[in-house]
Ligand binder design. Structure first.
Ligand SMILES: [Fe+2]
Length: 308
């Protein structure tokens, strides 16, 4: 694994780990969870840093920041200085399994985060509402991934984040009592998701403190199908999801393959929709003329193409 800090950019590269099937599954679910992936010593260091029991030791000081300022930020919702700690970069951001997943989805020379958020909450506490984070945008593009990291054991009783699988393509109609998937796990659990996915903090019942660090990995190269390809995967018959959803998930997969511009659908029972036991592949596979999924109707406040 190589880390490059040239030109003020903090990028790295490594071998990818996800297969075609797993990349497609990520397009459909919008998240994945790696339970207990960070080692215990690093989890302890992270907690010590976030509770100011450990002084900042930045690898370098970016312009405008001082060690005093980094120390002031440690216990705030934005402890950016932890991104300057060598141990955090090497053992959390570049933890080999995490890095290989991110590399699979974002391509080579990925950019490391420049902003760190800590969603610290004292428990027990009530649930938050279902929401999409600020600046979320619906589209087939995957220019960045959001990651979260729990440095302490985070069972359901401590209120881990909860996500709605597949909700990254449009605003989900979410009632307060609608159940999602809890991202619970032992200390060192890391989640990776499409930033636009609907999520919330569920109610917690245990006494304690929950730290949840959130940060982004960034794409710096054009998308290409450069993860672990599976020659046996037949895109004509692959399961891209159900009614209303399949065209969006398929569009995202094609964008990741570097083929987003050519993606067209004809609607109806045509590809990429399919159903089990149909007697032949769906019509409309990779047609030259057809429609592009209308992501902009999904109300995220962004427009494309730009006016004028
Ligand atoms: Fe949120």
């Amino acid at each position: 694994m190589t880390l490059t800090t040239n030109d003020g950019r903090r990028t790295f590269d490594c071998e990818p780990s996800l297969t075609d099937t797993e990349v497609l599954e990520f397009c459909k679910r919008g998240f994945l969870l790696l339970e207990g992936i960070i080692d215990d010593e690093t989890n302890r260091r992270a907690l010590d840093y976030l509770e100011a029991r450990r002084a900042p030791q930045p690898a370098f000081l970016p312009p405008g920041l001082t060690e005093e300022r980094l120390a002031e930020l440690q216990t705030t919702p934005e402890p950016h200085g932890i991104l300057l700690e060598d141990w955090f970069v090497q053992r959390v951001l570049l933890q080999p399994i995490v890095a290989a997943v991110a590399r699979s989805l974002l391509g080579p020379e990925m950019g490391l985060p420049v902003v760190m958020s800590n969603h610290r909450v004292e428990t027990p506490n009530k649930a938050l509402s279902w929401h999409n984070d600020s600046e979320h945008v619906y589209g087939p593009e995957l220019h960045y991934l959001e990651a979260f990291y729990f440095p302490q054991d985070t069972p359901p009783e401590l209120g881990p984040t909860e996500v709605l699988p597949g909700s990254h393509i449009r605003r989900a109609l979410t009632e307060p009592d609608q159940a999602g998937v809890p991202c619970s796990g032992r200390a060192g659990t890391v989640g990776i998701h499409v930033q636009s996915i609907a999520h919330r903090r569920p109610a917690s019942t245990a006494s304690g403190v929950r730290h949840m660090l959130k940060y982004n990995y960034w794409r710096t190269t054009p998308p290409a199908r450069n993860w672990l390809t599976e020659p046996a995967l037949d895109l004509r018959t692959a399961n891209f999801g159900g009614h209303h959803d399949a065209r969006y998930f398929a569009h995202m997969y094609y964008w990741l393959c570097g083929r987003g511009e050519q993606f067209r659908v004809i609607g109806g029972q045509g590809w990429p929709w399919s159903t089990p036991n149909q007697i032949g592949p769906s019509y409309g596979f990779e047609v030259a003329e057809g429609y592009v999924p209308h992501w902009r109707r999904n109300r995220d406040g962004f427009a494309y193409p730009p006016d004028g």
